[in-house]
Design a protein around this ligand. Structure first.
Ligand code: AMP
Ligand code: MG
Length: 502
């Protein structure tokens, strides 16, 4: 059985495809379709996102949608391909990775005119599958759905999830588990590892084509600069700096920041072993495969800079014909990176604390508070959310103090904070409201994600998943009905390790 073609099924019109990646040379990808699955069933389709993409899901029956989002039915205008890429995984270069279980159906323009990729993940083997089965398990698919959509709702650039389906097939992981397919929407899927793929082959022509493609698609403004490729490196670095700072500000730990999992568009991608921390801990690691803490919470700026250095290496010949000069130019850009992360982080932290006028000792003041949180095992999300109330009235201090193992850690700090607030933002209600917009009440806490996955995988009960997805779509709302979702896990609920499940 091969995917339906116009010959054996009426072509379904999903969206207006406008595919650009297929216009790149054949060595950028492999033309390959999804492998049909036994019995696709729709778990969830993201109607709001569909509308943004000009996809009328209301006009199709669930069976057709399940067929499309499982890859059993190829919509008109799609040109399925698997993309080639390489990558440094935990510091080790792998010259060929590529989409081993994902297929790019094509690109559409969203409501704002931006080009977006529609990709099926878990859609079967491709020439890049190596020893993998090309499939995805239900658990990780639900996890990616929840976390990617949560990131978006938090205001953090991320790939989105348009749909999830079960395949009606079981796949081998730790035992037999239900198979599923996720439809991922991305600004593109050009990775640092895509550049590395061609650079490692000495294919300078392809590197230049890819750089031009990235400029056209994501950074058209650099085209008119004196040094477009240098400006491209700078622009990609800047978006990464902002992205990493925003991860840090919500306690997000990506978990597998390999260069194949960093896209040049600046979106968060690959939600394998990611996690949000509960108690604040700079050394927090959840990923079961991150044995040495390479991608620990506080190491993320450094990891990103390391990845950008790998990107820079692929671009050197485009920066200057004299290798030494090219290296100097690239280093100059990279040397600014950690300061830029710090600046975005500091601005974000000030907002989280309700501070509006920068002062020289802000970094120290904030670090001091985080240090107290760390020692006091204070829950990162809940503490900042509780501070929103405390910013309005001292009575709310009672709540904040209880979040610290020894409440005196907060008592000692609070007076200095209050003194700052009274100068910076004199209106208590206004500062509290402003803080509520940057300190989420609801994050995809590991134990909640885990509970939703277990219910779905073991009992085919998707009610927890749907409920959690709903809660996460309004992270900054005050919602008494969902108050349970704002609280940290009880000791027996705690999830300390996450898996990529590939
Ligand atoms: P990831 O760990 O998800 O970032 O994937 C790293 C590489 O392994 C990518 O090239 C994936 O396409 C590939 N891969 C992961 N899981 C599978 C699978 N089940 N079958 C084939 N390829 C896979
Ligand atoms: Mg990946």
């Amino acid at each position: 059985m091969s995917p339906s073609s116009p010959a054996d099924a009426p072509a379904v019109h999903l969206a207006q495809f406008e595919n650009s990646y297929v216009t790149l040379p054949e060595r950028f990808y492999a033309r390959v379709g999804p492998t049909p699955v036994a019995m696709p069933r729709l778990i969830q389709v993201n109607e709001q996102l569909a509308a943004e993409l000009g996809i009328d899901v209301g006009g199709e029956d669930p069976a057709t949608l399940a067929a499309v989002f499982s890859g059993n039915l190829i919509p008109a205008g799609a040109e399925p391909i698997a993309l080639a890429y390489a990558g440094h995984q935990f510091g080790h270069f792998v010259p060929q990775l590529g989409d081993g279980r994902a297929i790019l159906l094509g690109e559409v323009r969203d409501a704002s005119g931006a080009r977006r990729d529609i990709q099926l993940k878990g859609s079967g083997r491709t020439p890049f599958s190596r020893n993998g089965d090309g499939r995805a398990a239900l658990g990780p698919v639900l996890r990616e759905y929840l976390v990617s959509e949560a990131m978006h709702a938090l205001g953090i650039p991320a790939t989105r999830t348009l749909a999830a389906v079960t395949t009606g097939e079981r796949i081998h992981r730790e035992g037999l588990v239900p198979g599923a397919i996720l439809t991922r929407i991305g600004a593109s899927h050009v990775r640092v590892g895509t550049f590395e793929y061609f650079a490692a082959r000495g294919d300078a022509e392809a590197v230049r084509l890819l750089a031009d493609y990235a400029i056209d698609r994501h950074y058209p403004e650099v085209r008119s600069t004196a040094q477009p490729y240098l400006a491209l490196l700078g622009a990609i670095s800047e978006r990464q700096a902002l992205l990493i700072a925003r991860w840090m500000l919500v306690g997000f730990i990506h978990g597998v920041m390999n260069t194949d999992n960093m896209v040049v568009s600046g979106e968060t991608i690959d939600f394998g072993p990611c996690a949000f921390m509960d108690a604040f801990d700079p050394a927090a690691v959840f990923s079961s495969i991150d044995r040495n803490g390479r991608y620990a919470y506080a190491n993320q700026p450094h990891a990103a800079q390391w990845n950008l250095a790998r990107l820079a290496e692929t671009l050197l010949s485009l920066l200057d014909p004299v290798p030494e000069r090219a290296a100097e130019l690239a280093s100059e850009v990279l040397s600014r990176f950690s300061a830029r992360v710090g600046e975005h982080w500091l601005a974000g932290m000030r907002a989280k604390l309700g501070l509006t006028t920068p002062r020289d000792d802000d970094s120290q003041f904030i670090e001091g508070f985080l240090e107290r949180m760390h020692r006091g095992q204070a829950d990162f999300t809940l503490t900042f959310r509780a501070l929103c109330d405390a910013a309005a009235t001292g009575e709310a201090d009672a709540r904040v103090r209880t979040l610290f193992a020894s409440p005196i850690a907060y008592d000692e700090w609070a007076p200095a904070w209050r003194a700052r607030l009274s100068v910076d933002a004199p209106d208590p209600a206004a500062r509290s409201t402003a803080m509520r917009r940057v300190n989420p009440a609801f994050i995809p806490r590991n134990h909640r994600v885990e509970q939703a996955i277990v219910a779905a995988v073991e009992r085919e009960d998707y009610s927890l998943f749907s409920r959690l997805l709903g809660v996460l779509s309004r992270p900054y709302a005050d919602s008494q009905a969902f108050a349970d979702y704002a609280i940290p896990p009880r000791p027996e609920e705690r999830v300390t390790e996450t898996f990529c499940g590939t």
